[in-house]
Design a protein around this ligand. Sequence first.
Ligand code: 5GP
Length: 182
Amino acid sequence: MTWINASLKLGDILLPRERINERVAEIAGDISREYAGERVVVVGVLKGAVIFMADLVRVIDDSVDVRMDFMAVSSYGDSSTSSGAVKIIKDMDTFAEDEHIILVEDIMDTGLTLSYLKEMLMTRNPRSFKTCVLLEKPERKKAECAIDYRGFEIPDKFVVGYGLDYAGKWRNLSDIWHVVEG
Ligand code: 5GP
Protein backbone atom coordinates (compact mmCIF):
# COMPACT_ATOMS: atom_id res chain seq x y z
CA MET A 1 0.00 0.00 0.00
CA THR A 2 1.43 3.40 -0.90
CA TRP A 3 0.33 6.37 1.11
CA ILE A 4 3.12 8.80 0.64
CA ASN A 5 2.23 10.12 -2.82
CA ALA A 6 -1.41 10.73 -2.14
CA SER A 7 -2.61 14.03 -0.83
CA LEU A 8 -4.47 13.14 2.32
CA LYS A 9 -6.73 14.95 4.71
CA LEU A 10 -8.28 13.97 8.02
CA GLY A 11 -11.33 11.72 7.71
CA ASP A 12 -13.19 10.49 10.77
CA ILE A 13 -12.02 9.80 14.30
CA LEU A 14 -11.25 6.13 14.91
CA LEU A 15 -10.30 6.46 18.57
CA PRO A 16 -11.32 9.50 20.57
CA ARG A 17 -8.99 10.81 23.26
CA GLU A 18 -11.22 9.63 26.12
CA ARG A 19 -11.05 6.05 24.93
CA ILE A 20 -7.30 6.25 24.43
CA ASN A 21 -6.78 7.72 27.90
CA GLU A 22 -8.91 5.02 29.48
CA ARG A 23 -6.96 2.25 27.77
CA VAL A 24 -3.60 3.84 28.59
CA ALA A 25 -4.61 3.93 32.26
CA GLU A 26 -5.58 0.23 32.12
CA ILE A 27 -2.22 -0.71 30.61
CA ALA A 28 -0.42 1.41 33.21
CA GLY A 29 -2.40 -0.46 35.88
CA ASP A 30 -1.21 -3.80 34.53
CA ILE A 31 2.39 -2.58 34.40
CA SER A 32 2.10 -1.16 37.92
CA ARG A 33 0.93 -4.51 39.28
CA GLU A 34 3.53 -6.56 37.45
CA TYR A 35 6.55 -4.39 38.22
CA ALA A 36 5.71 -3.11 41.73
CA GLY A 37 8.95 -2.66 43.66
CA GLU A 38 11.07 -3.17 40.56
CA ARG A 39 13.07 -0.94 38.25
CA VAL A 40 11.88 -0.95 34.66
CA VAL A 41 13.37 0.76 31.63
CA VAL A 42 10.62 1.91 29.30
CA VAL A 43 12.12 2.31 25.83
CA GLY A 44 10.13 4.31 23.29
CA VAL A 45 10.65 4.03 19.58
CA LEU A 46 10.94 7.56 18.20
CA LYS A 47 9.07 9.48 17.12
CA GLY A 48 5.70 7.79 16.97
CA ALA A 49 5.68 6.37 20.51
CA VAL A 50 6.47 9.64 22.26
CA ILE A 51 2.95 10.81 23.06
CA PHE A 52 1.74 7.36 24.10
CA MET A 53 4.80 6.78 26.25
CA ALA A 54 4.58 10.21 27.89
CA ASP A 55 0.98 9.53 28.91
CA LEU A 56 1.70 5.95 29.94
CA VAL A 57 4.63 6.58 32.27
CA ARG A 58 2.73 9.34 34.07
CA VAL A 59 -0.01 6.97 35.15
CA ILE A 60 2.24 4.09 36.22
CA ASP A 61 2.17 3.76 40.00
CA ASP A 62 4.98 5.29 42.08
CA SER A 63 5.82 1.85 43.41
CA VAL A 64 7.55 1.19 40.10
CA ASP A 65 10.96 2.76 39.53
CA VAL A 66 10.43 3.90 35.94
CA ARG A 67 13.37 4.91 33.74
CA MET A 68 12.85 6.31 30.26
CA ASP A 69 14.97 5.71 27.21
CA PHE A 70 14.52 5.98 23.45
CA MET A 71 15.57 4.40 20.20
CA ALA A 72 15.20 5.74 16.70
CA VAL A 73 14.97 3.41 13.75
CA SER A 74 14.28 3.66 10.07
CA SER A 75 13.14 0.85 7.88
CA TYR A 76 14.70 0.27 4.52
CA GLY A 77 12.39 0.39 1.53
CA ASP A 78 9.70 3.02 1.03
CA SER A 79 8.43 5.01 3.94
CA SER A 80 5.06 3.31 4.32
CA THR A 81 5.77 -0.39 3.97
CA SER A 82 8.66 -1.86 5.89
CA SER A 83 10.94 -4.44 4.37
CA GLY A 84 12.01 -5.91 7.69
CA ALA A 85 15.54 -4.60 7.60
CA VAL A 86 15.78 -1.97 10.29
CA LYS A 87 18.51 0.62 10.60
CA ILE A 88 19.24 1.83 14.12
CA ILE A 89 19.53 5.63 13.95
CA LYS A 90 19.77 6.03 17.71
CA ASP A 91 20.33 3.23 20.17
CA MET A 92 19.07 3.27 23.75
CA ASP A 93 21.57 4.79 26.20
CA THR A 94 20.89 2.36 29.05
CA PHE A 95 23.01 -0.76 29.44
CA ALA A 96 20.21 -3.29 29.00
CA GLU A 97 21.82 -6.29 30.69
CA ASP A 98 19.86 -7.45 33.73
CA GLU A 99 17.22 -4.70 33.33
CA HIS A 100 13.49 -5.17 32.92
CA ILE A 101 12.82 -3.67 29.49
CA ILE A 102 9.47 -2.62 28.08
CA LEU A 103 9.71 -1.60 24.44
CA VAL A 104 6.98 0.88 23.50
CA GLU A 105 5.76 1.29 19.91
CA ASP A 106 2.95 3.33 18.41
CA ILE A 107 1.70 0.73 15.96
CA MET A 108 2.45 -2.80 14.87
CA ASP A 109 1.73 -3.20 11.20
CA THR A 110 3.69 -6.08 9.68
CA GLY A 111 5.52 -6.62 12.97
CA LEU A 112 8.87 -6.60 11.21
CA THR A 113 10.23 -3.59 13.10
CA LEU A 114 9.25 -4.94 16.48
CA SER A 115 10.51 -8.47 15.88
CA TYR A 116 13.83 -7.09 14.64
CA LEU A 117 14.20 -4.88 17.72
CA LYS A 118 13.21 -7.69 20.05
CA GLU A 119 15.79 -10.02 18.58
CA MET A 120 18.46 -7.35 18.84
CA LEU A 121 17.65 -6.37 22.42
CA MET A 122 17.40 -9.98 23.59
CA THR A 123 21.11 -10.46 22.70
CA ARG A 124 21.86 -7.92 25.46
CA ASN A 125 20.52 -10.26 28.14
CA PRO A 126 17.87 -8.13 29.80
CA ARG A 127 16.32 -9.51 32.99
CA SER A 128 13.00 -9.49 31.14
CA PHE A 129 11.68 -8.10 27.88
CA LYS A 130 8.12 -7.08 27.06
CA THR A 131 6.47 -5.15 24.28
CA CYS A 132 3.83 -2.49 24.65
CA VAL A 133 2.06 -1.39 21.49
CA LEU A 134 -0.79 1.07 21.25
CA LEU A 135 -2.26 -0.13 17.95
CA GLU A 136 -2.10 -3.47 16.17
CA LYS A 137 -3.19 -4.19 12.61
CA PRO A 138 -3.54 -7.98 12.80
CA GLU A 139 -4.47 -8.34 9.13
CA ARG A 140 -1.03 -7.16 8.07
CA LYS A 141 1.08 -9.32 10.32
CA LYS A 142 4.10 -10.96 8.67
CA ALA A 143 6.51 -11.44 11.56
CA GLU A 144 5.73 -13.10 14.87
CA CYS A 145 6.36 -10.86 17.81
CA ALA A 146 4.18 -11.17 20.86
CA ILE A 147 2.59 -8.01 22.17
CA ASP A 148 2.47 -8.11 25.95
CA TYR A 149 0.51 -4.89 26.44
CA ARG A 150 -1.79 -3.94 23.58
CA GLY A 151 -3.93 -0.84 23.30
CA PHE A 152 -6.31 -1.59 20.43
CA GLU A 153 -6.65 -3.84 17.41
CA ILE A 154 -7.53 -1.77 14.37
CA PRO A 155 -8.35 -2.54 10.73
CA ASP A 156 -5.83 -2.06 7.95
CA LYS A 157 -6.43 1.62 7.33
CA PHE A 158 -3.90 4.41 7.64
CA VAL A 159 -4.23 6.38 10.87
CA VAL A 160 -2.66 9.53 12.27
CA GLY A 161 -2.64 11.44 15.52
CA TYR A 162 -1.52 10.70 19.07
CA GLY A 163 2.09 10.44 17.86
CA LEU A 164 1.39 8.91 14.46
CA ASP A 165 2.20 11.02 11.45
CA TYR A 166 1.68 11.37 7.75
CA ALA A 167 4.84 12.88 6.23
CA GLY A 168 5.70 14.42 9.60
CA LYS A 169 2.27 15.93 10.13
CA TRP A 170 -0.55 15.36 12.67
CA ARG A 171 1.47 13.72 15.44
CA ASN A 172 0.12 16.33 17.87
CA LEU A 173 -3.55 15.45 17.48
CA SER A 174 -5.14 14.14 20.68
CA ASP A 175 -7.45 11.69 18.89
CA ILE A 176 -6.55 8.97 16.37
CA TRP A 177 -7.94 9.70 12.92
CA HIS A 178 -8.44 7.93 9.64
CA VAL A 179 -7.14 9.82 6.66
CA VAL A 180 -8.89 10.10 3.33
CA GLU A 181 -7.74 11.20 -0.09
CA GLY A 182 -8.28 14.87 -0.53
P1 5GP B 1 5.97 -2.62 10.90
O1 5GP B 1 5.18 -3.20 12.04
O2 5GP B 1 5.31 -2.92 9.58
O3 5GP B 1 7.41 -3.01 10.89
O4 5GP B 1 6.01 -1.06 10.96
C1 5GP B 1 5.45 -0.28 11.91
C2 5GP B 1 5.67 1.17 11.48
O5 5GP B 1 4.92 1.44 10.26
C3 5GP B 1 5.10 2.10 12.51
O6 5GP B 1 6.04 2.42 13.52
C4 5GP B 1 4.71 3.29 11.66
O7 5GP B 1 5.82 4.15 11.47
C5 5GP B 1 4.33 2.72 10.30
N1 5GP B 1 2.86 2.57 10.16
C6 5GP B 1 2.19 1.44 9.93
N2 5GP B 1 0.86 1.66 9.84
C7 5GP B 1 0.70 2.98 10.04
C8 5GP B 1 -0.46 3.83 10.09
O8 5GP B 1 -1.62 3.42 9.93
N3 5GP B 1 -0.22 5.15 10.34
C9 5GP B 1 1.01 5.67 10.52
N4 5GP B 1 1.11 6.98 10.74
N5 5GP B 1 2.13 4.90 10.47
C10 5GP B 1 1.97 3.57 10.24
